[in-house]
Design a protein around this ligand. Sequence first.
Ligand SMILES: [Zn+2]
Length: 127
Amino acid sequence: MFVDMPPGTGDVALTVYQTLPLDGLVIVSSPQELVGMIVEKAVNMAKRMEIPILGIVENMSYVECPDCGKQIKIFGESHLDEIAKRHGIANTASIPIDPAVALACDTGSIEGIGRPWLDGFFEELVK
Ligand SMILES: [Zn+2]
């Protein structure tokens, strides 16, 4: 079972950490948040609560130019690898902004989107 949590390390996170038997935590972030202290706080809280961090996903990593395929880093360069390395987290994934995802959501066909961004990521979670 996945528990989708609101952003931050406040009372909701604390309550979930204290009341549910968790296998681990997946941190979902963005390029800006990976620059600041938000992810660090989440990592440190998980460590304090002795909850394993199973991976970090960087959302909105880039937009791919429809003409040439170049990755445009709208929110700046990624610090995902650096943060993951610092905390010994081996499992990471980057998800771009992709209009096809919004379209697939709107048409109820997200299961068939067939994008490779999370290939291997979930397999690592259930190891
Ligand atoms: Zn281009």
